[in-house]
Design a binder for this molecule. Structure first.
Ligand SMILES: NC(=O)C1=CN([C@@H]2O[C@H](COP(=O)(O)OP(=O)(O)OC[C@H]3O[C@@H](n4cnc5c(N)ncnc54)[C@H](OP(=O)(O)O)[C@@H]3O)[C@@H](O)[C@H]2O)C=CC1
Ligand SMILES: [Fe+3]
Length: 344
């Protein structure tokens, strides 16, 4: 109530800004800098903890830099923007970090590099702190530029509900949507996220490549190589357009049917079982989950088919024009020759 009275008594514009919360960032690297800049823009105060407070690279204006211990003491929330390989020194800061919320943003370069998740390791190093895994699925670039449609979500997990709440308040203020994934045992999963490149596309893409290769070679043997062997006719110029244009619609239709088939199978399965409250078998589950990708790929192949179909008449037209020109020129020269003969 004190704040409200204070604000309402003040004339417009001179209201004292409420004390901004101070947040701490360990590490003055790429991510630390981007995160700090974003936090400052959102209205937080930022203090960096660094090994070399006086000689670190360029930092956002208005940010303070101090030693790790001093920085840790001044804030309740500490973002650890340091690679996991260098975490070990944090153990010596355990007294300063006791009771603080530590945000682990780290990623690994490959899966299963370490037996435990980075966040669990951090928690083991500093048992007295509350570790929250968050922000690791964002890039420094995305953080600096603020949330966009593709980068809206911040996944977080941790054992302490209050600590998670504190982090999600910050994330929300930064403009992100928070998705709570549960306790720190989910950290491993979160750390694997950035290492999966469009996982749901992998199977459909492999399928598309496989089908394309299969039908390409099948048609190559059937339409071109066999003609060459039987009739000694070389029609290999057809490979680029005509043959390809036979492969595209076939693959497109197969992918389209694969997109709709699992739904039908699932419906029959439900009818057969007499209930829809039972899990589908794993293969069907996986198949159902990539229907969107299968459909989009089918659309892509259909589009290629349209494109190639439009190219073929253009090619014939050019050939027709060329031969028409040749014929008329031959005719002209012939008539010229005839008239020459007549004159003689
Ligand atoms: N860059 C990105 O896009 C993303 C990065 N991350 C994670 O954020 C973390 C930091 O990444 P990033 O900023 O790119 O890395 P950088 O290499 O740019 O920065 C790491 C910082 O850690 C500190 N540091 C380095 N070595 C040690 C050490 N031996 N002891 C103590 N501190 C050390 C340094 O700060 P100082 O000199 O001030 O001590 C350094 O600036 C990583 O865990 C990474 O996985 C997560 C998502 C995206
Ligand atoms: Fe067609």
């Amino acid at each position: 109530t004190e704040k409200v009275c204070h604000l309402s008594l003040c004339p417009l514009g001179t209201a004292a800004a409420p004390e901004q919360e101070l947040l701490c960032i360990f590490g003055t690297g790429d991510l630390g800098r981007s995160l700090g800049q974003r936090l400052l823009q959102t209205g937080y105060r930022v203090v960096y903890g660094s090994r070399r407070p006086h000689s670190c690279g360029p930092l956002p204006e208005r940010a303070q830099v101090m030693s790790h211990a001093a920085a840790a003491q001044s804030a309740n929330l500490v973002f650890i923007c340091i690679h996991r390989e260098n975490y070990d020194f944090l153990e010596t800061l355990a007294p300063e970090l006791k009771g603080k919320v530590l945000v682990d943003v780290s990623n690994n370069v490959e899966k299963n590099l370490y037996p435990e998740a980075n966040a669990e390791y951090l928690q083991r190093l500093i048992p007295g702190a509350h570790v929250v895994k968050a922000f690791n699925t964002l890039s420094a670039w995305a953080l600096q530029n603020g949330p966009s449609d593709a980068n809206r979500q911040v996944y977080l997990c941790g054992n302490n509900a209050e600590a998670k709440q504190a982090v999600s308040v910050v994330a929300t203020k930064l403009g992100f949507t928070v998705l709570d994934r549960g306790s720190v045992s989910a950290a491993k999963e979160l750390e694997d996220f950035p290492l999966q490149l469009f996982p749901e596309w992998r199977l459909p893409l492999r399928l598309a490549v496989g089908l394309t290769a299969f039908f390409f070679f099948y048609l190559l043997i059937r339409d071109i190589i066999s003609v060459y062997i039987k009739e000694k006719k070389d029609i290999s110029f057809r490979i680029m357009v005509s043959l390809a244009n036979k492969v595209f619609p076939i693959v497109s239709l197969i992918m389209l049917s694969l997109c709709y088939l699992p739904g039908v199978i699932a419906a029959f399965l439900q009818l057969y079982r007499g209930t829809k409250y039972k899990r589908f078998p794993d293969w069907l589950d996986r198949w159902m989950l990539c229907r969107k990708q299968l459909g989009l790929l089918a659309l892509g192949f259909a589009f290629l088919h349209v494109l190639y179909t439009l190219i073929i008449p253009i090619r014939y037209y050019v050939r027709f024009r060329l031969s028409a020109i040749t014929v008329s020129e031959v005719r002209d020269s012939l008539t010229a020759g005839e008239s020459l003969c007549l004159m003689q």
